[in-house]
Design a binder for this molecule. Structure first.
Ligand SMILES: *[C@@H]1O[C@H](CO)[C@@H](O)[C@H](O)[C@H]1NC(C)=O
Length: 95
């Protein structure tokens, strides 16, 4: 019984690790430019800096996304259909 639960738990953990390592390979430093494989729908406009944004088309495992720059120097993948994203990009310049 408990062995069964343990093996299921281990299976779930290994699935998580698998997904995460795939994530870092896509976004990590390397020859390929970073690409959004996921977008946020949350309104994080308070963290967005700069007056430019980038648009990413869906390609392979990359999803359609708006890429903003954030305060901590990172890039943020946002849902192009989210209202806060539309509000922000209306006042920004696409690069
Ligand atoms: C998102 O958050 C900003 C700043 O907190 C706010 O000004 C804006 O109205 C919000 N937009 C939406 C669609 O909730």
């Amino acid at each position: 019984m408990s062995v069964k639960i343990l093996s299921i738990t281990l299976l779930l953990i290994s699935m998580c690790v698998c997904c995460h390592s795939e994530d870092t390979r896509d976004r990590g430093p390397g020859s390929t430019p970073p690409c959004c494989v996921d977008v946020t729908q949350d309104n994080v406009s308070a963290d967005v800096v700069g007056e430019t944004y980038r648009e990413q088309a869906a390609r392979h495992h990359c999803v359609k996304a708006i890429i903003f720059n954030t305060k901590n120097g990172k890039q943020l993948c946002a849902d192009p259909d989210a209202q806060w994203v539309k509000d922000l990009t209306a006042n920004m310049r696409k690069v």
